[in-house]
Design a protein around this ligand. Structure first.
Ligand SMILES: [Zn+2]
Length: 144
């Protein structure tokens, strides 16, 4: 009898509300558990992706490698949310943001520990892994 293939449901652990369990980039959550925020890079053409992609839309290859989002990004923009989608109510208020790392951009939340009067477009931020009150994992930006 063939052994039943075990399902990789790691993405269930991602975010306040996980919208998917099975993806081609489940290692992303495995890396979060190790404290690393990771993107992917196409081995064919060098395109970098965040969120990570398993398939390159530029050269259509599916040959990517992981890289860690390290160092400092520049805060491009942010928006404070007073209302959230269903399932995110308990997280409010929170701020979503975009940080530019040069060859790629990272979309995420600003850390709730960041004093509001210190948040400025152009400031340096770093992406860090964060554990939500419900035990789920995500990543947030902190002042670099
Ligand atoms: Zn490519």
């Amino acid at each position: 009898m063939a052994k039943k293939k075990e399902e990789d449901l790691r993405f269930k652990k991602f975010g306040t509300v996980s919208f998917t369990a099975i993806t081609k980039t489940n290692d992303f959550v495995g890396y979060l558990e190790q404290g690393k925020v990771m993107g992917t890079k196409c081995k064919g053409c060098g395109m970098t992706f965040f969120p990570p992609r398993a398939d390159c839309y530029k050269c259509l290859a599916s040959n990517v490698e992981w890289f860690e989002v390290t160092g400092k990004g520049n805060l491009v923009t942010y928006s404070k949310l007073e209302y959230g989608p269903v399932g995110f109510e308990a997280d409010l208020p929170y701020a979503i943001a975009l940080a530019d790392y040069g060859t790629y951009k990272v979309f995420g939340r600003l850390s709730k520990n960041m004093p509001e009067n210190e948040i400025k477009v152009g400031m340096e931020v770093k992406a860090v892994v964060n554990k939500l009150p419900n035990g789920q994992l995500n990543y947030v930006f902190e002042k670099a």
